[in-house]
Design a protein around this ligand. Structure first.
Ligand SMILES: *Cc1c(COP(=O)(O)O)cnc(C)c1O
Length: 379
């Protein structure tokens, strides 16, 4: 096939029903903070097997309010992975806490529970576990560590909507799980995010953090007054992290096709794996037994030759390959804020070789075959 159009590494899948859902909301009484938000929250929460969902303006805000609800503050350490988007660690800094990086497992690329154990101190308060590419972390082991050391577990599920760990949907396992609905993720609301939890107290804190720390619930108020119907109280310091009804209408419509999206991603992954499995110089993603990977990303490692040359050749061929991720602690901001000597060897070796190939539900087999052909040509 001769290639004419640019193939990105990820993109949204929008149909006529999605468009109609947004238009209907534009014609309704509420553009923001109307009925669509709760409907979306319930739809996602019930799909993931969680009691509560708190929808917010983006996945980073979801991580921030999750850290706030967890009570992270100055002096607290939170262990996370370096192979993630910076937001998974920045959320700890927002709260005045200290991110601590545990190395990844060389096979799964997820945080290594053994290294979590090594990084625990008296100040450790929580773990932010990122299900990288949609492959669930070792949650049994992480839960055990959390129980032994009395830690809160926040799962960054931005890559893992629709995934399951040993028969349990991601979102149903830990204290809190965060999601992102950025267009490259499994479903989109353009910008958007959510925190899932089963815990009523955390749920209340998340709702306060989302809207300025303001409540209209007299049971939560210091004065407890109920005689003035306009009355509200700000009882903590929160933010404006609201999502809109327009966005949630899109999200509700997208949720109807989530399973279909994940199946399509998995079929494409199967085709990539078959094409690359016996090719020397390429390591395909590790497939963990007993888990259902929802494949936000398809990452291969280039073990022979130059990853940079492969990357450039594919970009020149109109293929929007990417690298996920530069280890967070190597970012200049981190290096100049106490992380200059941090080194996670597995993460760094992984980073030298990783390349993400296009993967999204509407990627055609013809386009994928072109990608495969170009990859095989340059390794
Ligand atoms: C996308 C992403 C986020 C942040 O989500 P936004 O909606 O872009 O704020 C956080 N963590 C991971 C792992 C992500 O991939």
């Amino acid at each position: 096939m001769s290639q004419t159009k640019y193939i990105p590494y990820g993109r949204q899948c929008i149909n006529e029903e999605d468009i109609q859902a947004v238009i209907e909301t534009l014609r309704s009484d509420y553009l923001t903070t109307g009925p669509k938000i709760e409907e979306f929250e319930q739809k996602v929460a019930s799909y993931c097997g969680a009691r509560y969902g708190v929808a917010v303006s983006n996945g980073t805000a979801a991580l921030h309010i999750a850290c706030m609800a967890a009570g992270i503050g100055p002096g607290d350490e939170v262990i996370t992975t370096p192979v993630t988007f910076v937001a998974s660690a920045n959320c700890v800094l927002y709260c005045g806490g200290t991110p601590v990086f545990a190395d990844i497992d060389a096979e799964t690329y997820n945080i290594d529970p053994e290294d979590i154990r090594r990084k625990i101190t008296d100040r450790t308060k929580a773990i932010v576990a990122v299900h990288f590419t949609g492959q669930p972390c070792e949650m049994d082991e992480i839960r055990l560590i959390a129980k032994e050391h009395n830690l809160i577990v926040i799962e960054d599920g931005a890559h893992a909507l629709g995934a399951d760990y040993k028969g349990k949907k991601i979102g149903s396992i830990s204290d809190m799980t965060t999601l992102s609905f950025h267009p490259v993720k499994h479903i989109t609301t353009a910008e958007g995010g959510m925190v899932l939890t089963d815990n009523e107290e955390l749920y209340r804190k998340l709702c306060l953090a989302r809207t300025h720390g303001i409540t209209r619930d007299t049971a939560l108020m210091e004065s407890g007054r109920s005689d003035e119907p306009w009355y509200y109280e700000q009882i903590s310091l929160g933010y404006n992290y609201r999502i809109t009804d327009i966005q949630c209408a899109l999200g509700i419509s997208q949720m109807n096709r989530l399973d279909e999206f994940v199946e399509k991603r998995r079929r494409l992954v199967q085709r990539y794996n078959e094409a690359f499995q016996n090719v020397s110089g390429i390591i395909t993603p590790y497939q963990r037994e007993g888990c259902y990977n929802s494949y936000h990303l398809y990452v291969i490692q280039i073990t022979e030759g130059s990853r940079k040359e492969v990357f450039q050749a594919l970009r020149s061929a109109g293929i929007g390959v990417n690298v996920h991720y530069i280890p967070v602690y190597t970012q200049p901001y981190y290096r100049s804020h106490g992380y200059a000597d941090v080194c996670c060897p597995n993460a760094e070796r992984y980073y030298q070789r990783a390349i993400s190939l296009p993967l999204y539900p509407e990627l055609t087999y013809e386009e994928q075959d072109y990608v495969i052909e170009q990859v095989l040509r340059c390794v």
